[in-house]
Design a protein around this ligand. Structure first.
Ligand code: IPM
Ligand code: MN
Length: 322
């Protein structure tokens, strides 16, 4: 039975890198039954569609979603991000944002809570555009949401090098930090095999650059995780290599590169498809095709040897699989 996968190429370089990812998956021999969805900034500019509920309902019947990148400078910030990408994450309850990194000689993973925090959309404005304007943007942290992310991270750490670091800002964000810290310490009692550590997020930024080897698994909130994973990409070979899984274990989940739509290089062949290819490998893990996933990861080792245009790199990775 082929796996049913919805593909959203999206905007900018998104369709270019997704095409390479699908090419590489096809070369593994894994059979996908692909449905393409024309969504993103370009579609919105054409007919006003961002993402309707009926489409999300169709997606619940799929095995996975594979996305390139969405967003275009012609559309106001937030419209596509909130209306498409965050709607996918929230409506499908993709509560784990799983971002693995390979720094020279060392690999580590950031588990970013993916449905709450500052991304939840709490807040509003009053007297907008006047000199008495107010804007608030709250951070929503539930025991349920924090605990399931923390538990997932402990489970993962337990299957790896048995070390988990909580990253937060407990010295300033005393309400949210307290909830995270207590939850982390309570769940830790169920994982006596996992050693734990805590870093404030600002200090973690230094360690990501100067001493990433201290990390195996990191767990953090949505916004800290967003920022920290761009840094993780930057210190481990560049954002062109960093993949993401947006997971609800056991249900339809979504796979995308960390990078954005990079409209400035669309059509030039400069886009590095490796992040999208590795996101495809994470999708294969989710689909139970771990052997094929592992072969793809091996083919992407030594990414510095993968040179040329977007499609030449895709061809080279596919050729290494045969
Ligand atoms: C990411 C992206 C998104 C995020 C944007 C595009 C909304 O930066 O996946 O990291 O902030 O989560
Ligand atoms: Mn980001």
């Amino acid at each position: 039975m082929p796996h049913r996968v919805g593909v959203i190429g999206g905007d900018g370089i998104g369709p270019e890198v997704v095409a390479e990812g699908l090419k590489v998956i096809a070369a593994t021999g894994v059979n996908l039954d692909v449905v393409h969805y024309d969504l993103g900034g370009a579609r919105y500019l054409r007919d006003g569609t961002v993402l309707d509920d009926a489409t999300v309902e169709q997606w619940r019947q799929l095995d996975a979603l594979y996305m390139g990148a969405v967003g275009t400078p012609e559309v106001a910030p937030g419209v596509i991000e909130r209306g498409l990408l965050l709607k996918m994450r929230f409506d499908l309850d993709l509560y784990i944002n799983f971002r693995p990194f390979t720094a020279p000689g060392h690999d580590f993973v950031v588990i970013r809570e993916n449905t709450e925090g500052s991304y939840a959309g709490e807040g509003g404005t009053l007297r907008r555009g006047t000199s008495h304007e107010i804007a608030t943007q709250g951070s929503v942290n539930t025991r349920y949401g924090v605990e399931r992310a923390v538990r997932y991270a402990f489970e993962l750490a337990s299957s790896r090098r048995k070390h988990l670091t909580l990253v937060h800002k407990t010295n300033v964000l005393t309400f949210a930090g307290d909830l995270w810290e207590r939850t982390f310490n309570e769940v830790a009692e169920d994982y006596s095999d996992v050693a734990t550590a805590y870093n404030h997020v600002d200090a973690a930024c230094i360690y990501f650059v100067e001493d990433p080897a201290r990390y195996d698994v990191v767990v953090t909130d949505n916004l800290f995780g967003d920022i920290l994973t761009d840094l993780g990409g930057a210190v481990s070979g560049g954002i062109g290599l960093a993949p993401t899984a947006n997971l609800h274990p056991g249900r339809v989940s979504m796979f995308e590169p960390v990078h954005g739509s990079a409209p400035d290089i669309v059509g030039t062949g400069l886009a590095n498809p490796v992040a999208a290819v590795l996101s495809g490998a994470m999708m294969l893990d989710h689909l139970g095709e771990s052997d094929a996933a592992e072969r793809i990861r091996r083919a992407c080792e030594q990414p510095e040897t993968l040179t040329g245009t977007t499609s030449e790199i895709g061809d080279a990775i596919a050729a290494r699989l045969r």
